[in-house]
Design a protein around this ligand. Structure first.
Ligand code: G3P
Ligand code: MG
Length: 258
C-alpha cells in the first residue's frame, strides 16, 4: 500500500450498478479491491440481524412493511435484486453473519447503526446481536461502526471501549467542538457530509487523530469533480456508490494502492 493511498469505501457495496446491500453488490466491490464495505443493519422479528438500508421492505425487495415485522425465514424468502433489474432476480437479503463470514478475510466493514435520529427505534436491539457477532468472530480490528447518533456510538463503546466508531456529521455548525467531544468520548472517526467538510476542519480532525471519510459519487455525473474536492480536502477515504470509477480516478492521480 502506498503512503498516500486514499481508502475507498463501497457504500452499500457497488450500489451504483448492483442492488444495494446484497451479496452481489458486496462481491463486486470486493473484487475491485475496495478497502471498506459500508452496510446498514436492521433486525428481524426473531432477532436476526439483516443487511438492508431502509427499516421497511418496500423500496428494495418484493415484500412490504417493516423489516421487524417478519422472521428471518420470511425475509430470506424475499427477492432483494429484481427491483434493480430482472438480471438481479434471486438476490436475497443477506444476514450480517453471512456477510462477515464471506468477506472478513478480504475487507474492512463499516456497519451503520440506524438510530433514533434516523427514525429507527429498534437500534439498541439491533446493535446488541451485531456486536456479539463481531465479538464471536474476533473481528473488532476489521469493523468500524458509524452513526448519525452519538448515543449509538456510545453504546458500541459501552460494549467494547476499543471499538472503532465514527460520527456521521451531516449538520454544519460547531464542528471543532464536536470533533473535540468525539475524541474525548473515544470516537475515532469524523465522517462529514461534503457540504460540512472544509480543509481546515479536516486538518483539525487529523490533529485530534480522527479518521476522515467523505462521500463522493452517489451519482456518476459530477464524480470526477467530487473526487477532486475530496482530495483537496485531504480526507483519508472516499465513500462511493461507484468504487470502480473512483478507483480509476485515484489510480490516475497516483492515490490508489496499486
Ligand atoms: O456512509 C454514510 C451513509 O451510509 C449514511 O447514509 O442513508 O446511505 O445510510 P445512508
Ligand atoms: Mg449507510
Amino acid at each position: 500500500m502506498t503512503a498516500n493511498h486514499v481508502l475507498v469505501q463501497a457504500h452499500r457495496g457497488y450500489s451504483g450498478v448492483y442492488p444495494e446491500n446484497t451479496m452481489r453488490s458486496f462481491a463486486e466491490a470486493v473484487a475491485l479491491g475496495v478497502d471498506i464495505l459500508e452496510l446498514d443493519i436492521h433486525i428481524s422479528s426473531d432477532g436476526v440481524v439483516v443487511v438492508i438500508h431502509d427499516d421497511n421492505l418496500d423500496r428494495t425487495t418484493n415484500g412490504s412493511g417493516p423489516v421487524i415485522g417478519k422472521t428471518a425465514a420470511e425475509l430470506k424468502a424475499l427477492d432483494a435484486g429484481v427491483w434493480r433489474g430482472p438480471e438481479f432476480a434471486g438476490e436475497r437479503l443477506p444476514t450480517l453473519d453471512e456477510v462477515l463470514n464471506r468477506f472478513s478475510n478480504q475487507v474492512q466493514f463499516n456497519i451503520e447503526i440506524k438510530s433514533v435520529t434516523s427514525g429507527y427505534p429498534y437500534w439498541y436491539e439491533t446493535l446488541q446481536p451485531a456486536l456479539a457477532s463481531i465479538d464471536q468472530r474476533n473481528l473488532w480490528s476489521r469493523c468500524m461502526f458509524i452513526s448519525f447518533d452519538v448515543q449509538a456510538l456510545l453504546a458500541v463503546l459501552e460494549y467494547n471501549q476499543d471499538a472503532f466508531t465514527a460520527f456521521l456529521d451531516w449538520r454544519s455548525g460547531q464542528e471543532r467542538s464536536k470533533q473535540k467531544l468525539l475524541q474525548k468520548a473515544g470516537i475515532k472517526g469524523w465522517h462529514p457530509h461534503p457540504s460540512v467538510a472544509r480543509r481546515e476542519l479536516v486538518e483539525d480532525a487529523h490533529d485530534l487523530g480522527l479518521l476522515v471519510l467523505c462521500g463522493a459519487g452517489k451519482r456518476l455525473d459530477n464524480l470526477e469533480q467530487e473526487v477532486e474536492t475530496c482530495l483537496e480536502l485531504g480526507v483519508d477515504g472516499i465513500s462511493t456508490n461507484y468504487p470502480e470509477h473512483v478507483i480509476t480516478l485515484l489510480r490516475e492521480r497516483g492515490r490508489w494502492k496499486c
